[in-house]
Design a protein around this ligand. Structure first.
Ligand code: URA
Length: 209
């Protein structure tokens, strides 16, 4: 079963309060999502492998560590996932970025892929799929299906707010995918919104309605 990590860092929790607030406007909302994503990237990279090298300090030779150069890619689910990308790239600037576009078929209510563009070596990369909200889990499950179909094997999922229903569905469909979240909320309402949540993340990021 995939593990669930809730990032309880005070800075993340503080900023989360303000993106939940309905009086927070588009500019501030976007900045806060960006900052939360950077802080989450700091937490998610704790297990990156290091390699020892030697450098000459002004005093003497020192054995010290650098990143071992693990190849990573960030994969936002369109459109709201885009709001998390720049914040993560601030800490992992060499990561490639792939995009997955999904829409919900009005008849079957199932997510359907309309856009998929990945780095050519997606099979070798460690992938972080990002979407601010994990609601029913439908889009996250389909995004991971799409990546696995193209040979991806190392996949993690990161969102800001998750509903228990979405976590359970994603864990069941993809037990190999660990889930990283800033807040695990109460439930989904009858319209599929996370409660208490923050409303529609895409609309709040891009100022649409
Ligand atoms: N997507 C959103 O943007 N918000 C929700 O509450 C659920 C899904």
């Amino acid at each position: 079963m995939g593990k669930v990590f809730v990032f309880e860092h005070p800075l993340i929790q503080h900023k989360l309060t303000y993106i939940r607030d309905k009086s927070t406007g588009t500019k501030e909302f976007r900045e806060l999502v960006d900052e939360i994503s950077t802080l989450m990237a700091f937490e998610i990279t704790r297990d990156l492998p290091l390699q020892e090298i030697e450098v000459e300090t002004p005093v003497q030779l020192a054995k010290t560590n650098v990143l071992a150069g693990k190849k990573m890619a960030i994969v936002p689910i369109l459109r709201a996932g885009i709001g998390m990308v720049d914040g993560i790239l601030k800490l992992i600037p060499a990561a490639k970025v792939g995009h997955i576009g999904l829409y919900r078929d009005p008849e079957t209510l199932q997510p359907v892929e309309y856009y998929f563009k990945m780095p050519s070596d997606v099979q070798e990369r460690e992938l972080i799929v990002v979407d601010p909200m994990l609601a029913t889990g439908g889009s996250a499950i389909e995004a991971v299906n799409s990546l696995k179909k193209r040979g991806a094997v190392k996949i993690r999922f990161m969102c800001i707010i998750a509903a228990p229903e979405g976590v359970e569905a994603l864990q069941k469909a993809h037990p190999d995918v660990d889930i990283y979240i800033a807040a695990l909320d109460e439930k989904l309402n009858e319209k599929g919104y996370i409660v208490p949540g923050l409303g529609d993340a895409g609309d709040r990021l891009f100022g649409t309605k």
